[in-house]
Design a protein around this ligand. Sequence first.
Ligand code: FAD
Length: 423
Amino acid sequence: GARYDVVVIGGGAGGIASAASILKRRPQTRIALIEPRDEHYYQPGWTLVGGGVFRRRETVRAMAGLIPKGVKWIRAAAASFEPDRQAVVLEDGTRLAYSVLVAAPGLKLDWDQVDGLRATLGKNGVTSNYRFDLAPYTWELVRNLRSGTALFTQPPMPIKCAGAPQKAMYLACDAWKRAGALDKIQVEFRNAGGTLFGVGAYVPALMDYVKDYAIDLELNSNLVAIDGPKRTATFKIMSGEREGELVERRFDMIHVCPPQTAPDFVKASPLANEAGWIEVSAETLQHVRYGNVFALGDACSAPNAKTAAAVRAQAPVVAENVISVLDGRTPRRIYNGYGSCPLTVERGKIVLAEFGYGGKLLPTFPSWLVDGTKPSRLAWFLKEKMLPAIYFGAMLKGREWLVTPERLAHTPSGYEAQDALPP
Ligand code: FAD
């Protein structure tokens, strides 16, 4: 079969952004991109679809229009990795050889981990903003509910956009509040984890909303089964005296965030770590065992928040380091773990969480403009009006824009000391 300088797996945020970033830096690079789907989704928009702000069609684009010119699109799914032979095997058995591999296949939404869930998705009041076709159903349910019980769930970490389960809830509560229905609706947030949000600095602002909306917050409570027709959900208590106990709740609507794992073909490959993710250096994003393999986005093992914002910071790092390896040099550019989660606490206001490894706060803006730990109107404006344009117009085009917060003097990065690795 053919041989390319670079083979990219995935035409999502990570695959397109890194292919474009490599070409920007070195236009003659021969790149093939493997992606079976005709459509590319702007998933960060789905929260706003579920909140009645965006139309679903605003969150999808034709794949053909986004793959950079000069990149060979292989319209198929990758099935397995042969890193010792420097090759990827497609589902039809075709082998593609590479000098450098960039893997960005995203993660797997594991609906089947919850008994009965798949069969009732999209009906019986069961919805999820994690799927393009279901996000509009969230808004339909919210608009029509005027009394009863609304459940919102969050599975064990890691998940993509860890704030999304509660974003859906806050936007729903805000709509019910405006309609004068909130005091007739019992709202429960059942979170498998032990904290409302992983980075403590943002918790007080979020707790204010939990109290204001009178949300019943249950931590360490993991959704294990749903009976759609009976409208009941079963949760398992994850810690404490009642650990292992099952609790059944009745609902009128339930927003489910599904459990998430690495894709099966990644889990089964020599690239995976024990948990199934592609095992890369958290700093260079280079594979720890195969020097000519890189990974970014949701499928990689780096312990950042799995977000498109993280991909925005990772793609230029991968691009520069890929070119180093093509040239026989050691990768030198460092990723500081930046990720961001714009928490839509009410329509028109966002708590803009931005942080890197170890929960270190990495705000893009000075605090007089946007204080990330407080609800902000400007942050909502950014999310609704600017981020889609930055995603499609800059990030997917390989332009570094709003990329590295450590560039701004007020946000020194904890990784500066390692910015210049020895060659
Ligand atoms: P994806 O963008 O999911 O792309 C993976 C691609 O790989 C897909 O096109 C897929 O078809 C392809 N693929 C899969 N298997 C194969 C295979 N075998 N061979 C070839 N190709 C394959 N991020 C933010 O920054 N801010 C937000 O506010 C935000 N909100 C979110 C809200 C929701 C509801 C969701 C679901 C996500 C949200 N995210 C947010 C997260 C963000 O969308 C992801 O982190 C980001 O898309 C990850 O990029 P990726 O390239 O790793 O994966």
